[in-house]
Design a protein around this ligand. Structure first.
Ligand SMILES: [Zn+2]
Length: 67
C-alpha cells in the first residue's frame, strides 16, 4: 500500500538525476547516494544547505506542476 515508486518519475531532488534506488521524503524523491551523504552530513555542512535549497526548489516546481 502506498507504494507509488513504479509509476513516478524518480528524479532525485538533490542531484537532479534519475536514479533507480531511493525513497520519498514527503513527496520528494531522494536517491540512495544523496541519502547516504545526508546521514553523514552535519547541519552546518554546505551539502546540507544545498539539500535544503534543492528541496525548496523542488517544492516550488511541484507547486507549478499542481497548477
Ligand atoms: Zn541524488
Amino acid at each position: 500500500m502506498g507504494n507509488e515508486l513504479g509509476q513516478k518519475n524518480r528524479r532525485c531532488v538533490i542531484c537532479e538525476e534519475e536514479k533507480q534506488n531511493g525513497y520519498y521524503l514527503c513527496s520528494f524523491f531522494i536517491c540512495l547516494d544523496c541519502e547516504r551523504g545526508m546521514v553523514h552530513t552535519e547541519v552546518e555542512h554546505p551539502a546540507y544547505k544545498r539539500f535544503i535549497k534543492q528541496l525548496k526548489k523542488a517544492m516550488s516546481s511541484q507547486k507549478y506542476i499542481h497548477n
